[in-house]
Write a protein of this length. Structure first.
Length: 148
């Protein structure tokens, strides 16, 4: 069969009987619509997958953090037990109250050393602010950083 309705300046299109069983090819608009729909579905699917992966990762991180916290608490109890053992060991030599006092003083000395070293570390980490004032009190900072 031949299509006799040809447009001006264009040859007539012919359709054969073999094309009758094949579905018509979609138009450009239909392809763009289909592309938009499939792309939207793909993005939604990828976002859902990423959300599931992040949720699983956060769940594992939370469990790990909880286990670390539990380990810290148990370690603190262990330190308490060691302190008690040190006190009991000293009671073999001195009275119980004196043993407890000796251990407490030793712990306070260690805590003081840690505090001093920590303070030194913190003060070393913060930059010192230079004084840009001249001896007469006038500011010589070219960026105007001196207070009035």
């Amino acid at each position: 069969m031949t299509d006799t309705h040809a447009r001006a300046g264009q040859p007539a299109e012919t359709t054969s009987s073999s094309d009758a069983g094949r579905p018509a090819e979609p138009s450009t608009g239909q392809l763009v619509t289909q592309l938009s729909t499939e792309l939207s579905d793909l993005v939604r699917g990828e976002l859902a997958l990423a959300k599931a992966e992040v949720t699983q990762s956060a769940k594992q991180a939370g469990i790990g953090a909880g286990l670390f916290g539990g380990a810290g608490v148990v370690a603190l109890y262990g330190v308490g037990a060691l302190v008690a053992a040190a006190i009991l060991a000293l009671t073999l030599v001195v009275d119980a109250w004196l043993a407890a006092l000796i251990v407490a003083v030793a712990l306070f000395v260690v805590a003081g050393i840690f505090a001093l070293v920590g303070k030194k570390q913190v003060s070393g980490a913060t930059p010192r602010r230079e004084d840009h004032r001249e001896p007469q009190g006038r500011c010589r900072d070219p960026e105007g950083g001196c207070p009035p």
